[in-house]
Design a protein around this ligand. Sequence first.
Ligand SMILES: NC(=O)c1ccc[n+]([C@@H]2O[C@H](COP(=O)([O-])OP(=O)(O)OC[C@H]3O[C@@H](n4cnc5c(N)ncnc54)[C@H](O)[C@@H]3O)[C@@H](O)[C@H]2O)c1
Ligand SMILES: O=C[C@H](O)CS(=O)(=O)O
Length: 475
Amino acid sequence: MAKQYPLYINGNWIETTEKLEVIDKYTQDTYASVYKAGEKEVDQAITSARVAYKKEQLSPYRRFEILKRVSELLMERKEELALVITKEAGKPLKQASSEIERSAQTFEVAAEEAKRIHGEGVPVEAAPGSENRMAFTIKVPVGVVGAISPFNFPLNLVSHKVAPAIAAGNAVILKPASTTPISALKLAEIFEQAGLPSGLFNVVVGSGSTVGNQMMKDERIDLYTFTGSAEVGLKLKQNTGLKKLILELGNNSPVIVDKDADVELAAKTLAQKSFAFAGQVCISVQRIYVHESVLGEFQQCFVDEVRGLKVGDPNDPDTDVGPMIAEQEAKRAENWINEAINQGATVLQGGQRKGTVMQPTVMFDVKKDMRVVCEEVFAPVVSILPFDDLDTCIDEVNESPYGLQGGIFTQDLDRAFYAARKIEVGGLMINDASQYRVDLMPYGGVKDSGNGKEGPKYSIKEMTEERLIVLNLNK
Ligand SMILES: NC(=O)c1ccc[n+]([C@@H]2O[C@H](COP(=O)([O-])OP(=O)(O)OC[C@H]3O[C@@H](n4cnc5c(N)ncnc54)[C@H](O)[C@@H]3O)[C@@H](O)[C@H]2O)c1
Ligand SMILES: O=C[C@H](O)CS(=O)(=O)O
């Protein structure tokens, strides 16, 4: 029988009357089931977070110790946890293992940051009439953080919310994606083992329209941190009133291969990185703008590399591209490809789908208003778009409503920096794919890709308030 996972509320493992099945995304068999949170459980989770926040004022050093221990335990349980991600998300094993390592890093960095939370001196004595005053700020936690996470990095994107929230002294209620909730429940086990007091971390599983909806309307949550689609991000913005809201949303990442690029480096890097987790990564390369003078060389090398990717069973340690999260998503990608073909596009490689597995696909002869180009494809599909003038290319790059990360391959520093100033993104990679991310760096988008930054140091800034203290002295 498939393993059953209870919810984690106030340090207790809770079984409810309804269960949700978690499917193995490759075999489509039932992998596990999870007890679903109803209104009562969501309410209990928020109440216990509020109570624990008031009661459990952990010192920064204690927060450091707990988060450091979580990081160690993640590494100790790496194999088991990687397998969970492979089953519940369909992520190829080697990419799932790397997610565990990254998650351990996220916790380690957050642990260190817990010891560096401080305010600053404010020179109020410089203002006329304030000569006898001194002032400084302190950083205080926001209180209760409501976190809602997507399916594609079920552990590390949860870690990016929970680790900084705890480092900053907050309590958390997490709603993971209902397709991939097991990693989050495993994290709760690890927190318990690491000694986090009850109530500071709670996991409630259920759909967006029930659990998510209830969370976003509850006045007792002080800050929301959401990663997911722009569509749901907008709903949160419309429903969370004046509460603080961090939004990490979608993208359709551009990368430019300029006339003086190291074409082989560009082609190999982009082929290796663009199809990771079947393109279901928010910073996946989607639009590759290639200078006409290097187009032939790039295309040949890129397509050859893509042909070498191993596609299929995510349990195979050599697999590069596994299944998508659901057949309906793979069918959507297939429809977008066919729609582009009907409008004149050609397929240089791939294009076929078998169940949930979509072949890594390279499109050419595309137009900028085709969905595979202008919307977020979130599938293993990239388009090659030729250009001859860098300014016109940058204008086209910036026509996208999104702006998370992008890239440019060039050996000309002037052109690289020119592009860095002009391209409207949260992060630009020079001589790398848009997918570059290490967990300590500031990460977040502009325009419809959201607002606020993640990366422990930056999330802690978002998840604390700066309080001013002024001393009125006699002399
Ligand atoms: N910018 C980033 O850092 C980043 C990272 C990963 C994924 N993403 C984006 O996430 C999307 C894919 O993930 P997804 O399909 O899980 O996204 P999604 O928006 O469908 O779901 C994200 C989360 O929101 C919940 N949700 C759904 N409807 C809700 C509602 N009405 N109220 C409250 N919560 C609700 C879901 O249950 C899930 O937990 C892509 O657009 C991708 O680009 C962005
Ligand atoms: O899907 C988007 C993620 O933010 C990518 S990563 O985990 O940061 O690499």
